[in-house]
Design a protein around this ligand. Structure first.
Ligand code: S3P
Length: 170
């Protein structure tokens, strides 16, 4: 079984994915970590040395590679993964369950303001500009996230509870 988690930066994809994989006893793959291992560089360095387009092409290629594996996995994607090229089609065609971890703009702003440094797309955005930036960015990205098979409202839920809700969907 393949389960793919999608959603905006800091929506809990990696934390929830890791916990879910442990509970289901299947392999967990974080697409950002997979890319970093492949390139032997951090996402931050890939963005600064090679730029975003290079990263998006790599992300596209790595997504296809991971989903071609003949085994059960829980995959947490990057916030932009479903929103470029044909990635959402790949996710829908190659997974049994795709799940959008939906969080409100205020909740995302709160989380992201605490962890901007390793996220190249937001690290230079001033805190007071984050709500507007995230609001616009989500407006562009949500149509992709909403194509996921399941939409899970994660506002005010801890990771354990989100995992419990996901298990009810499977
Ligand atoms: C990105 C999100 C990041 C990472 C890269 C780009 C995005 O992953 O893939 O910095 O475009 O939203 P997280 O969603 O895990 O932060």
């Amino acid at each position: 079984m393949k389960i793919v988690l999608v959603g905006y930066m800091a929506s809990g994809k990696s934390t929830v994915g890791r916990l879910l994989a442990r509970q289901l006893g299947v392999e967990f793959i974080d697409l950002d970590d997979y890319i970093e291992q492949h390139q032997k560089k951090s996402i931050k360095t890939i963005f600064s040395e090679k730029g975003e387009i290079f990263f998006r092409k790599l992300e596209h290629q790595m997504l296809a590679e991971v989903l071609e594996k003949e085994k059960s996995i829980i995959l947490s994607t990057g916030g932009g993964t479903p929103c470029y090229g044909t990635n959402m089609v790949t996710i829908l065609n190659q997974s049994d369950h795709s799940i959008y971890l939906n969080l409100s703009i205020p909740n995302l702003v709160e989380r992201i303001s605490k962890e901007k440094d390793n996220r190249p797309l937001v690290k230079n955005i001033a805190d007071e500009e984050l709500p507007e930036f995230i609001g616009k960015h989500l407006f562009e990205r949500r149509p992709y996230y909403l194509q996921a098979k399941h939409i899970l409202d994660c506002n005010n839920l801890d990771a354990e509870t989100v995992v419990g809700r996901i298990k009810e969907l499977l």
